[in-house]
Design a protein around this ligand. Structure first.
Ligand code: ACO
Length: 323
């Protein structure tokens, strides 16, 4: 059986940090409101002219270095993003060129905040089918470009950043037979469009548009649907949820993370949370949180790590990895 192994990880956050108090100076909000409703204390925003592909390349370079491989080793590049530099071509092909990769193939996956789980599932299936032996899987976003600065209920929630992992078909380090991606689970229900969307695009308004959200509805679906995805992933791997060592969720909001942990009876100490420092970075949040927890030594080889997310569409999913 071919299984995709994680060879390395990397992350990048833009230098510019914006605190809740910075928002409070510009609009009618407060650090207290934002912190108690969401857990967010600060977020990073890309500088003017700094694009999603710039963040993606930096995260990818860090991941390649951590994996001990070079760009020439990569067969496929898949970028999860909802904020591409241009409508086309894909950020994936831009990253491919910037890294000097001249073979294989690259593309983007669009599943908003679930994007990294979708990209991971895509790369895993290419590797398992034998169509690629290695993959660079990236989540990269400049969500700041989609925000309506007049809408205080959404503009305080998001941040910019990128994270990446290198996968390969069980070669090199970490090749023990029981390690790697055990399964991925994807779900979507397009009837829930109006809960979370951007009111623009090339074939509707011809503009980029702004993010629109029905916060309370999203909250309710997030807790329920992500719990279903986690249980499906654990069941497919034949392990009880309580045996999972670490949960690496999409970082939308601390109350969603707490709600899921409570619903599944998971100890909060097993849930990786970076939302306070990063805000919601959409498709970048899972690999950023993963890089944080592997980097600080919490996630160790051999442990069971569950990645999960929910986003616009709605889309949601989970992936279970024996690290
Ligand atoms: N500062 C101060 N007051 C605010 C702000 C703000 N930034 N934003 C909204 N308010 C006010 C509202 O105007 C409203 O005032 P009113 O009662 O006088 O009308 C009051 O706060 C309550 O507003 P609600 O929108 O009802 O606030 P709620 O308690 O639902 O919290 C929140 C909003 C935090 C967005 C919540 O609904 C939530 O966590 N939703 C989850 C959605 C989410 O995290 N989405 C991220 C993207 S989706 C994803 O990644 C999964």
């Amino acid at each position: 059986v071919i299984r995709s192994h994680v060879l390395g990880y990397g992350a990048y956050l833009p230098e510019n940090i914006v605190t809740n108090n910075d928002f409070a100076q510009r609009m009618d909000t407060s650090d207290e409101w934002i912190r108690t409703r969401t857990g967010i204390r600060q977020r990073h925003f890309a500088a003017e002219g700094e694009k999603t592909s710039d963040l993606a390349v930096k995260a990818a370079e860090a991941a390649l270095k951590n994996a001990g491989c070079t760009a020439a080793d990569i067969d496929m590049v898949v970028v999860a993003t909802t904020t591409p530099d241009e409508t086309f071509p894909s950020v994936g092909t831009m990253v491919q060129a910037r890294l000097g990769i001249t073979r294989g193939f690259a593309f983007d996956v669009q599943a908003v905040c679930s994007g990294f789980i979708y990209a991971l599932a895509t790369a895993d299936n290419f590797i398992k089918s034998g169509q690629a032996r290695s993959a660079l899987v990236i989540g990269a976003e400049t969500m700041s470009r989609l925000l309506d600065w007049e809408d205080r209920s959404t503009c305080v929630l998001f941040g910019d950043g990128a994270g990446a992992i290198v996968l390969n078909a069980g070669e090199g380090q970490g090749t023990a037979a029981d390690r790697g991606i055990l399964n991925t689970q994807l779900f979507s229900d397009g009837r829930m469009h109006d809960l979370l969307y951007v009111d623009g695009g090339p074939s509707s308004t011809g503009t980029t548009g702004h993010l629109r959200m029905m916060g309370k509805e999203v909250f309710k679906h997030a807790v329920n649907n992500i719990s279903v995805a986690i249980e499906a992933s654990a069941k497919a791997a034949g392990v009880p949820v309580e045996e999972i060592d670490w949960f690496v969720p999409h970082q939308a909001n601390q109350r969603i993370l707490d709600g899921i942990a409570k619903k599944l009876n998971v100890d909060a100490s097993k849930v990786i949370s970076t939302v306070a420092l990063h805000g919601n970075t959409s498709a970048a949040s899972v690999p950023l949180a993963l890089a944080t927890a592997v980097g600080d030594g919490r996630i160790k080889p051999g442990q069971l790590v569950l990645l999960e997310a929910l986003g616009g569409g709605m889309t949601w999913g989970a992936g279970l990895i024996r690290w």
